[in-house]
Design a protein around this ligand. Sequence first.
Ligand SMILES: NC(=O)c1ccc[n+]([C@@H]2O[C@H](COP(=O)([O-])OP(=O)(O)OC[C@H]3O[C@@H](n4cnc5c(N)ncnc54)[C@H](O)[C@@H]3O)[C@@H](O)[C@H]2O)c1
Length: 322
Amino acid sequence: MSILITGGTGFIGVGLAHRLVEKGEDVVLFDIAPNSQRAAGIKGNVKIVPGDLKVWPEVMNVVKDNHVTGIFHLGSMLSLPSEENPWASFQTNVAGTMYVLEAARLFNVKRLVFSSTAATYGLGIGEVVTDETLQRPINMYGAGKLYGELLGRFYHRKFGLDFRALRYLAVMGPGVKTMAITQYNAWMVENAALGKPFECFVTRETAIPVIYIKDAIRAAEMLYDAPLEQVGTMCYNISGVSPAQSAGELEKAVKKFIPDARITYKPDRVAMELMQSLPIKVLDDSRARQEWGWQPLYDSYDKVVKDFIQEVKTRPEFYGLT
Ligand SMILES: NC(=O)c1ccc[n+]([C@@H]2O[C@H](COP(=O)([O-])OP(=O)(O)OC[C@H]3O[C@@H](n4cnc5c(N)ncnc54)[C@H](O)[C@@H]3O)[C@@H](O)[C@H]2O)c1
């Protein structure tokens, strides 16, 4: 019996894998571009299966061959790559999610947690987004993820699959490699901790709710472990530092710990246009709090930055920063 993580050697996936191994689970990591360095510390306890979500037999095989009882479906093309190549994004995020759900149905997987996104909100939203806000995404990534949420609900209703989903906005932590406009948060802290200068590509006033990687992983674990009767809403917003604070506030938090951090601002026009299309200042996660007791441990920039810097300084190899 094992737990499968698709996108398992990615930023969130590999951190989750470490947590599951600590709990004694057998873990299988399925990834199109496996980064075995990130899984080095748990090598003996995980199986890494290179594979492509776009290739349905590879998805079927990884579930069939490993007696998978639970799945965290995190594998995905993120927002900017999806905008650049919507055709591959469709195959990965839409068809790939269908294949994962089909594999779960055919091989009697008990539970599936899916990572969705606040990009499923779009047209007509204001600064506060709740689980009841109308989901009308404006980009390929958000549209694909919304389809995943709705398909999961269908598999639950039609086939009884225990489907659950989390909507993250900006996950920040050390070692992020995938480009996203919200990554200035992580790279500001990471560069300061490594003694490197950072030129921020958004304005000092730009603000977006974030969640620290350790909280993002904990939320996925908590949702997976929650008793079924507590999972009424099924797809949940998840937040950490919300209401949003500005890049300037983050700089202040960094300088409390690293006073000589070299942070400058050179806003990029495209990045700013994209940020302006994302007006969310509060990602309301009260349903997750009420139903299965979600509570972030890192709910201020000070708490996030303190732990982030310590992680970079004490475990740079773990985050691929050496
Ligand atoms: N990081 C964030 O801020 C954020 C925000 C909202 C939602 N999410 C969601 O969380 C999940 C994990 O994101 P992450 O931050 O770890 O990103 P990531 O890019 O680090 O990880 C995604 C992983 O998926 C793999 N992958 C991509 N295409 C694949 C394919 N065709 N077949 C198999 N594997 C494939 C990649 O190789 C990568 O390892 C994603 O579903 C993402 O949409 C992340």
